[in-house]
Write a protein that binds this ligand. Structure first.
Ligand SMILES: Cc1cc2nc3c(=O)[nH]c(=O)nc-3n(C[C@H](O)[C@H](O)[C@H](O)COP(=O)(O)O)c2cc1C
Length: 329
């Protein structure tokens, strides 16, 4: 069994967290991850306050284990009503997971409601500000990850975030899809991992089967770091680019971003239709470089247990064997 500051803080069995992916998570996936001993997080961006309350209630019916809900902070007050925050915090959710914005206005409110704040960052500077704001845990998300990501790699970001985390649990995200990634993160001093891409390729994930298969088929070099998905239709992310699997949609617009900006609404409808039809060449395939480590579609519970068990084995066997070799010389 692996024990870290994160598993202790949350009272979970495995230091494995489901990224709160908007349009990439649902009740089945969140409940399965939490029930298996990880931390399930529902991407709640886009849900109404009523939906949030109903989802929290249903999740509590399905599992007695902790779970979280995620909001993209820069959209609060634009596409996401303030009332969504109240709905999450009023629903007794254990973890309020936040990303892309300033968590400071929400920390005290969350704590008063009995929730912990887990904030995702892409730079050490953001981590320092989040820690100063009093967040309980920091997710260091590297550029290898799927969806919206920053510019720094996980390998360089995690230690830099640990340096400013003042002892708070830090989770590594981006490029991690198996026990080797978890073992490496723990060896660096992190307290667990958060995964998106690996959980998209599970039976429970609410994405088309063709999207799951695209992840399984992709190698680590098949993703593109681009603005293209955000131009159709245009959404101005604060300092984020996105990582997607290269397909016809991306190929068509690479180098023609200005034209896409003009035609964003129309092309956005085409990508939606492609997703509805399961056309993997025409939809936005948000996924990370860890696609190359995903070899099949499994159940989410199997993923949580396998990642944790592999990391435990590596830490027990591999780490001591390396130390023994070093001491012989
Ligand atoms: C389809 C998709 C949607 C995502 N949506 C969100 C989101 O709404 N909020 C969030 O905090 N992170 C979101 N993420 C990022 C993940 O939470 C996570 O940081 C990332 O997937 C980690 O990298 P990995 O894909 O290599 O595991 C999304 C990722 C993907 C692939």
């Amino acid at each position: 069994m692996i024990r870290t500051k994160f598993t202790e803080l949350l009272g979970v069995e495995h230091p494995v967290v489901l990224g709160g992916m908007a349009s990439g998570t649902n009740l089945d996936l969140v409940a399965a991850v939490s029930a298996a001993g990880g931390l399930g997080v529902l991407g709640a961006t886009g849900y109404s306050p009523e939906q949030i309350r109903a989802h929290a209630e249903e999740l509590r019916r399905r599992t007695t284990e902790p779970f979280g809900m995620n909001l993209l902070l820069f959209l609060i007050g634009q596409r996401v009503p303030e009332a969504a925050v109240d709905a999450i915090l009023g629903s007794g959710v254990r973890v309020f997971s936040t990303a892309w914005g300033d968590p400071a206005p929400y920390v005290e409110r969350a704590h008063r409601a009995g929730a912990l704040v887990m904030h995702m960052v892409a730079t050490a500077e953001e981590a320092r500000r989040a820690v100063d704001a009093g967040v309980d845990s920091v997710v260091a998300q590297g550029t290898e990850g799927g969806g919206h990501v920053g510019y720094v790699s996980t390998m360089a970001l995690v230690p830099a975030v640990l340096d400013v985390a003042q002892g708070r649990p830090v989770l590594a995200a981006g490029g991690i899809a198996d026990g080797r990634g978890l073992a490496a993160a723990l060896a660096m001093g992190a307290d667990g991992v958060l995964m998106g891409t690996r959980f998209l390729a599970t039976r429970e994930a609410p994405i088309p089967d063709s999207y799951k298969q695209a992840i399984v088929d992709a190698s680590g070099s098949d993703t593109v770091f681009t603005q293209i998905p955000d131009l159709a239709p245009e959404v101005r992310w604060p300092g984020a680019m996105s990582r997607v699997i290269r397909n016809r949609f991306v190929e068509e617009w690479l180098g023609r971003e200005e034209e896409l900006r003009q035609r964003g609404a129309e092309v956005g409808k085409e990508t939606e239709a492609a997703r509805a039809n399961g056309d993997r060449e025409g939809m936005k395939l948000f996924a990370g470089q860890s696609s190359g480590l995903v070899h099949g579609v499994e159940s989410a519970a199997d993923v949580v247990r396998a990642v944790s068990a592999e990391a435990e084995r590596l830490l027990r066997e591999r780490v001591p064997s390396v130390l023994a070799t070093a001491s012989v010389r």
